[in-house]
Design a protein around this ligand. Sequence first.
Ligand SMILES: [Fe+2]
Length: 348
Amino acid sequence: MDQDNREHTRILIVDDREEDREILIGILTDRYCVYQVWNGEECLKAIRKYQPHLVLLDISMPGAMDGIETLRRIREKDKRLPVIIITGVGTYERNIETYRLGASDFIAKPYDVSNIRERIEKVLVLSEQKKLNIEEHSLQKAEKEFFKKEYLNMIQALCELIELKNPYTRRHSQKVTKYAVEIAKEMRLSLEEIGQVHQSGLIHDIGKVGISDDILNKPGRLTDEEFAEIKKHPIMGIKVLKHLRLLQPEMSIVVHHHERWDGNGYPNKLQGNKIPRASRILAVADSFDAMVSTRSYRNAQPVDYAISELQRCSGTQFDPEVVEAFLSVLEKNPDIIEIDQPLELTRH
Ligand SMILES: [Fe+2]
């Protein structure tokens, strides 16, 4: 808004005393577009009708709706509308209450007409700056979310590419994500945390991009050296994700998805609650999907076996709370389990 030209800046004066309203009108009317009402109810109506940029509100008005009650009602609908309280003698405690309700300034009666315009102008400028900051902030936030989504899509595409190279791991990340998100919901995690579980589930094996295909796709058991190579994939994940600042929370979840509750996992041997909660959730979802899926070195295990393994390893490999939540998810919704169709492998 042009601060030199205020003819479209609307100010609402709320005061039961006509002579006091007249003083303010006399001071303001040549610069601003001024409206006046004489009680709280009329004030609320006038706000709806004229949508003022600022309200000058008398604290002492007769009837049920004094200045405090009026301000409270204004705040129920609008947290940001600047309201300057007009206060008289003996209203100190009520002033504090209005301050708590977000009053922008106080002007004392009887009026010191020399600085009223200046104080109103300051409040208006401050409110406009706040509005601009909020708009800029939400624009930046929307931009960040857009880029984060784009990064995630890109990395997810990379993960799917890795999985596609191996017929035994197709849809692994999607299945892990599905189980992990259900666990997170069952554990009543915040929406933000559920979002992080979802995103990190889809990209948790991104580090496998740095592991040789011969090892990833090897039919048969891995040697110790090959397994040591596979164990590098969480750290490789950091190498990919560290460049994407917007994915930092997901990065720390991804890097710890092979830690164990008892501290014998990798890469950092973190123990118990030191492991990010989302990583502990991914660990259970990941192991479950691995067990019930066919692998190049073994057939899919029955679901009952996978469940008994989760129970057996609860408190050693897995966080017991996560296992309990997953078992409860499976009990409520057994159809969630996705079993591989037997692969028809043809030899050439
Ligand atoms: Fe992994």
